[in-house]
Design a protein around this ligand. Structure first.
Ligand SMILES: Nc1ncnc2c1ncn2[C@@H]1O[C@H](COP(=O)(O)OP(=O)(O)OP(=O)(O)O)[C@@H](O)[C@H]1O
Ligand SMILES: [Mg+2]
Length: 254
């Protein structure tokens, strides 16, 4: 069954077409990677799915519901959670409070007590490895720790669809590996219906995604099985301007 369906979704900023008639289906159980050069529209696509922006054209469906016009705060309780490429926690709140807010805005948040939200927060803080920082102010975290906080906050929302925007960017290869394994494990254990991940870190995409969509200049360039897509000369060209394939290199950031 299709979880999320985008039908020819377009978003313009003035004269710039940031997302250009992108259609995509994400099914229950999918692990999809979204890659593409800087500025190709990946984050804007997540903003459209999560309701930060409304599309200028096209429709967005979650299961059978048309959510095109729903604002973000109404999409989260339906099961869409996302992390931000540029983390923006409540800086003067603790790690624990930040993640608890996620729990309360998420899929089961309506009837949740503060105590319950705190205990859900603790669970996910431990899982992502921030246990020692639980009572630290979010502002004091390193860049990588802020990414982990984003991940914990999104997970605490108990989403059906989890959108992770550059969550492993800046991490060393060991940590990338650990975090990708963790995301896969949590997805299975908690039956998160689908996870979409935007990444420049190609080893993370290869490890995580069964399917990849490549974006270029706002358009969907190609979509298919991860290794097949990453081996394509056309895909290498949009990244490097050469025919060295991405599978042969580590990081696709130009
Ligand atoms: N709020 C905005 N106002 C104006 N232009 C924007 C806005 N958000 C994004 N853009 C533009 O839309 C295009 C797509 O940006 P987007 O952030 O979606 O790319 P991206 O693929 O996520 O890039 P990166 O890999 O660098 O994160 C870029 O040209 C960007 O400058
Ligand atoms: Mg981005």
């Amino acid at each position: 069954m299709v979880l999320l369906k985008l039908e020819k979704v377009t978003k313009r900023f003035g004269g710039l077409v940031a997302v250009n008639e992108v259609s995509l289906e994400i099914k229950h159980g999918d692990s999809i990677g979204i890659v593409g050069p800087n500025g190709s529209g990946k984050t804007t696509l997540f903003n459209l799915i999560s309701g930060v922006y409304m599309p200028d054209e096209g429709r967005i469906f979650l299961e059978d519901q048309d959510i095109t016009e729903l604002p973000a705060f109404k999409r989260a309780p339906l099961g869409i959670a996302r992390s931000f490429q540029i983390p923006r926690p409540f800086r003067s709140a603790t790690v624990r409070e930040n993640v608890a807010v996620g729990a309360m805005f998420g899929a089961h948040g309506e009837k949740m007590s503060v105590d319950e939200a705190m205990s859900i927060a603790d669970h996910y803080i431990d899982l992502v490895g921030l246990g020692d920082k639980r009572l630290e102010l979010a502002d004091k975290l390193t860049a990588v720790e802020k990414k982990l906080l984003e991940l914990a906050r999104a997970l605490a929302m108990k989403p059906k669809l989890l959108l992770l925007d550059e969550v492993v960017a800046g991490m060393n290869p060991n940590d990338v590996d650990k975090i990708v394994s963790l995301i896969k494990k949590i997805k299975e254990e908690e039956k998160i219906a689908a996870v979409a991940m935007v990444e420049h870190v190609i080893p993370a995409v290869m490890k995580f995604a069964e399917r990849v969509m490549v974006m270029n200049e706002g358009k969907k360039m190609v979509e298919g099985a991860t290794m097949e897509v990453l081996k394509m000369k056309e895909v290498a060209e949009v990244y490097f301007g050469t025919s060295q394939t991405i599978g042969e290199s580590g990081d696709a950031r130009g």
